[in-house]
Ligand binder design. Structure first.
Ligand code: 5GP
Length: 173
């Protein structure tokens, strides 16, 4: 495998997260806010986005299995790690790296709504266009990209490349 063309540069990501962070700061001013990151991919976005939110927020994480060995989402989601805290009555903002089929999020949203948060919203850095998915209301969105498999900025290929500071496509060799 080779790292292919850069789709979103580190500078573009930084500028977008600054905008998203400012919008979140405005919307949640004076309110409680819990960011929920979906591991492993979202930890990079969450760390950088959170530093652009000027509020005394809290972090929690969930880990779910998504693709396994294949590069296609199956819709079968297993919770590998649940939240540490109760979310009843709290303002929860789910932070995702990328929305592809949306099946992982659809499952997570259903799962979290049962716990009666005061509000439940969604932030995602990347959204794949040209993919059929259930309707998802993304309150804070970064970039729309094509339906290609990408790596970097939290996204892996076989567990690697999550540390790339940009988002790139994969060149098969
Ligand atoms: P969905 O359920 O929306 O199809 O997939 C969500 C998860 O699949 C993402 O959080 C991410 O972990 C993984 N995923 C989706 N598209 C890509 C991609 O292009 N590259 C990588 N590395 N992971 C992806």
């Amino acid at each position: 495998m080779k790292i292919g063309r850069v789709l979103v540069s580190a500078e573009e990501i930084e500028a977008k997260l600054t905008e998203m962070g400012a919008a979140i700061t405005r919307d949640y001013e004076g309110q409680d806010l819990l960011l929920v990151g979906v591991l492993k991919g979202a930890f990079v976005v969450m760390a950088d986005l959170a530093r652009h939110i000027d509020l005394p927020l809290e972090f929690d994480f969930m880990a779910v299995s998504s693709y396994g060995a294949s590069t296609k989402s199956t819709g079968v989601v297993r919770i590998l790690k649940d939240l540490d805290e109760e979310i009843e009555g709290r303002n929860v903002l789910i932070v995702e790296d990328i929305i592809d089929t949306g099946l992982t999020l659809q499952y997570l949203i259903k799962n979290l709504e049962v716990r009666k948060p005061a509000s439940l919203k969604l932030a995602a850095l990347l959204i794949k266009d040209g993919v059929e998915r259930p309707p998802l209301d993304v309150a804070y969105e970064g970039f729309h990209i094509g339906p290609e498999f990408v790596i970097g900025y939290g996204l892996d290929f076989d567990g690697k490349y999550r540390n790339l500071p940009y988002v790139a496509v994969v060149d098969e060799v």
